[in-house]
Design a protein around this ligand. Structure first.
Ligand code: ASP
Length: 447
């Protein structure tokens, strides 16, 4: 494997000239850091507007009026001041901005417009570093169905970047099957970084952001929770699905398939170790039973019971067909011998949808008993360590009962590294605290 790191910098890490200088220092401090994937400038202070949001505004204005004079003005000011702060004399930012504004109006594409924040920032940063600018359109591709085209992208990344000593690449977008710009979902520069790391078979994907990695639980619930030093891709997937959001959930796949570790680092505290995310093969347990705790509120559980459900062929299929027909997504489906529960985000069931759904399920499978639990929160306790150790669930449930948390649902599912409990929304914070203090010894219990 080449001695090579791909570094992705997020929007807050590149929000102004000062921060860009900081990022450049980080890149120059390690010669393995040869490729930078960059976001558009993010918020400089709370209440500030991200360039990407401002660009979506440009798209709306252009669609309505045939020009985006008003909405583009702050974008222009922001990039001009970044170039001034960096002292980039001779860099024709005015000319580039004129051209971008013209293309926004002419292209009438929301994706194209939104992608220009990354494009402009990458061009400026490349000029500042004296590195090559490589447009994402040349190396990241989507197929006719709008899905990321792995084969073509990895081949082109390897070919195009093979002879580059250093390059800056805009994140967030690539080219679709018709030659137009297409973006990933919001926060998608994380995915671009992961793709470039995989295409180059890098030794490490460094993701530079404004926090020093993942925490074992939400700091708004537990004061100063422990930092996660090492986590596996599998654990991270479970935790990010449940709301731990430092990294875009889809950024995991490319590097995971290539067995490339990710390190989350803090641009503003580069000396901090951050969190290392390892493929399962390379993962060694760090001695903790539990790696992290995450959760989400506002679910509805539909509980169905029917004698001899286990022997009734097609029961689950019929229930799920009702959901499919109504276009409703379910999150979990814990089941017993004669019982089956559906856990669904409550927002899908508003305005009478819940009642209709239940009628349809009754008509399809004639259950003996149906019960609905509303305002349910899910809390996931995640860790490879749990599988190898006896008594983990006993500890978890004792801790919850001692804290006075009424467990309404349990789902250990087929993922052995995750125990999910369903509790009342009102008990959510209490539940997270109880689990945290039980498993993170040394942490003082507090309300
Ligand atoms: N600039 C894009 C966004 O705000 C993508 C990114 O920053 O990752 O969503």
């Amino acid at each position: 494997m080449m001695h090579l790191k791909v570094c992705k910098f997020g929007g807050s890490s590149l929000a102004d000239g000062n921060n860009i200088r900081r990022a450049a220092e980080i890149l120059r401090a390690d010669e393995a850091r040869r490729f930078a994937v960059v976001s558009a400038p993010g918020k400089r202070f709370s209440g500030d507007v991200k360039i990407t949001d401002q660009l979506y505004e440009c798209y709306r204005e252009a669609a309505e009026k045939g020009n985006c004079d008003a909405a583009f003005a702050p974008v222009r000011r922001r990039f001009v001041s970044i170039v001034e702060e960096l002292g980039l004399e001779g860099f024709d930012i005015a000319g580039i901005l004129d051209e971008v504004e013209r293309q926004i109006v002419e292209n009438k594409s929301s994706d194209f417009t939104a992608s220009r924040g990354e494009y402009l920032n990458a061009r400026i940063i490349a000029a500042f570093l004296g590195w090559e600018f490589v447009d994402a359109q040349e190396i990241v591709f989507f197929n006719e169905r709008g899905q990321f085209d792995e084969k073509r992208s990895y081949r082109l990344i390897a070919e195009r970047l093979k002879h580059c000593a250093h390059a800056v690449i805009p994140g967030f977008y690539g080219m679709d099957a018709w030659g137009c710009v297409k973006t990933f979902t919001r926060g998608g520069s994380d995915i671009s970084g992961s793709i470039v790391a995989r295409g180059l078979n890098a030794e490490l994907y460094e993701n530079w952001t404004d926090v020093s990695g993942f925490l074992a639980c939400d700091p708004r619930i537990v004061n100063d929770p422990r930092k996660i030093e090492i986590i596996s891709f599998k654990e991270l997937r479970e935790l990010s699905y449940m709301g731990a959001n430092v990294l875009h959930a889809d950024a995991i796949y490319p590097v995971r398939k290539g067995d490339i570790p990710i390190r989350i680092k803090n641009t503003f505290r580069p000396e901090d170790e951050g969190t290392l995310i390892l493929p399962s093969k390379k993962y060694v347990s760090h001695g903790n039973l539990v790696t992290g705790i995450a959760g989400k509120k506002d679910f509805t559980v539909i509980f169905l019971e029917k004698q001899l459900m286990n022997a009734e062929i097609g029961f689950a299929r019929k229930v799920l067909s009702v959901l499919e027909k109504d276009g409703i997504n379910f999150e979990h489906m814990p089941s017993g011998i004669d019982t089956l529960s559906l856990v669904i985000e409550s927002r899908y069931l508003a305005d009478g949808v819940l009642d209709t759904l239940i009628e349809q399920i009754k008509a399809a499978v004639h259950p003996d008993y149906v019960r609905v639990l509303e305002d349910i929160a899910l809390v996931a306790t995640v860790g490879h360590g749990m599988t190898a150790s006896i008594g983990t669930s006993a500890r978890l449930f004792t801790a919850l009962s001692q804290a006075g948390v009424n467990v309404r649902m349990i789902d250990q599912g087929s993922s052995e590294i995750n125990i999910i409990v369903g509790i009342d929304n009102a008990d959510y914070e209490k539940c997270v605290r109880a689990v945290y203090y039980e498993f993170f010894s040394g942490a003082e219990a507090e309300e």
